[in-house]
Ligand binder design. Structure first.
Ligand code: COA
Length: 336
């Protein structure tokens, strides 16, 4: 038994905050942000705006994370229905990777189960920041291989902008909101076209945990309600560990991926990883210039864009790789 991605979907908020607009009230510039990160704009569930005293205020509607996740999931399910005849009752499990919950509980997956009418599906959430989607994908793949479930809806969704400290220009420039989803299904034959998940690897490096934290959910006077990051430490971690985990994934297979779908955190990180792998930048599609770092949503969001634009060809070998708070990192290999 092998698992296969049979459909994709994504959704980003309409509100767009460009580097130029951000520079109106933050001491930064389009040139600084682009040259350090490659980011030009980010989509946000609510626009941050300075009040009369210069304090940054944002006004979110109800459940912005739920709204984005539901829309991305709907689009993936519609594609699965149109192309594979998938019915709502075929979905056995919903896995949501997110670190920016609207509410501590219930799990967002349970809210989505009702909203999407997936009558038979179980569901729960996975918290692993930017590596969350890869963790959920690995779990879905393992369940399907083991025969526990046949069809799993995997969603990566974030509204991290809620937890950004807009006074901290090191982190505030990086993050955007969004959601991406894939439908994974069992393929008992695996003979037709060889498509499916070929391998996954996931690691934790808790010794580096303090380099990237988000303590907003445990807010009290001693813990600032915001994402904190040692940017240089995270940068070095990513450019060391991601090539390592990709080599581990490919080890012994003698395979050379056609495309690398990396977590969209920073263009310079992607460039350095490409160099270390001795692969050309053409193999590393990216959309972080438009969306910033959407954390657990970034890989499925990129995958959906590529899928819908016809850029993914049948038979192509794709390597997905991500990293983030934990510190955590992982990779997956699949044939499209
Ligand atoms: N605009 C203008 N100047 C800024 C700035 C901003 N948004 N943010 C920081 N600076 C300033 C700093 O204060 C510092 O000034 P100083 O030299 O007077 O102290 C200077 O720019 C250089 O800061 P530094 O931290 O050395 O910059 P950098 O080249 O390391 O870039 C990051 C900072 C955050 C862009 C970079 O470290 C990075 O991208 N790291 C990875 C982060 C990441 O991807 N996190 C998510 C992982 S999932």
């Amino acid at each position: 038994m092998i698992s296969k991605i049979i459909a994709t979907g994504s959704c980003v908020p309409d509100i767009c905050l460009t580097n130029e607009a951000l520079s109106q009230w933050m001491e930064t510039s389009d040139e600084w942000i682009r040259s350090r990160t490659g980011i030009g704009a980010r989509r946000l569930a609510a626009m941050p705006e300075p009040d009369a005293n210069g304090c940054i205020r944002t006004h979110y509607g109800d459940s912005p994370l739920f709204t984005l996740a539901r829309e991305a999931a709907k689009r993936a399910l519609s594609m699965a229905e149109a192309q594979k005849g998938l019915a709502p009752e075929d979905v056995d499990l919903i896995l949501v990777a997110t670190s920016s919950h609207d509410e501590l509980f219930p799990a967002l997956a349970c809210r989505l189960q009702e909203a999407l009418g997936l009558s038979r599906a179980a569901g729960y959430d996975i918290v692993l920041a930017c590596t969350g989607f890869l963790a959920a994908l690995q779990m879905a793949d393992a369940y399907i291989r083991a025969g526990v479930y046949r069809t799993v809806l995997v969603i990566g969704a974030e509204v991290l902008s809620r937890f950004v400290d807009w006074e901290d220009r090191d982190t505030a420039i990086l993050f955007g909101d969004g959601a991406g989803a894939v439908v994974m299904s069992a393929d008992p034959g695996h003979t037709e076209d060889g498509a499916g998940i070929l391998g996954t690897v996931l690691h934790a490096d808790g010794a580096g945990a303090d380099a990237l934290t988000g303590r907003a959910m445990y807010w009290n006077e001693r813990m600032p309600a915001a994402i904190r990051m040692d940017g240089r430490a995270v940068f070095s971690f990513a450019v060391r560990r991601v090539p390592e985990v990709i080599r581990e994934l490919l080890a012994g297979e003698g395979l050379r991926p056609d495309l690398y779908l990396l977590h969209q955190a920073n263009y310079r990180i992607i460039e350095t990883i490409a160099k270390k792998l001795q692969e050309p930048m053409e193999k590393f599609p990216h959309n972080l210039e438009r969306f910033g770092n959407t954390s657990a949503a970034s890989i499925p969001l990129l995958m959906d864009e590529l899928n819908r634009s016809g850029s993914l060809k049948k038979g192509q070998l794709l390597c997905l790789a991500g990293f983030g708070a934990g510190l955590s990192y992982g990779a997956a290999l699949l044939r499209w």
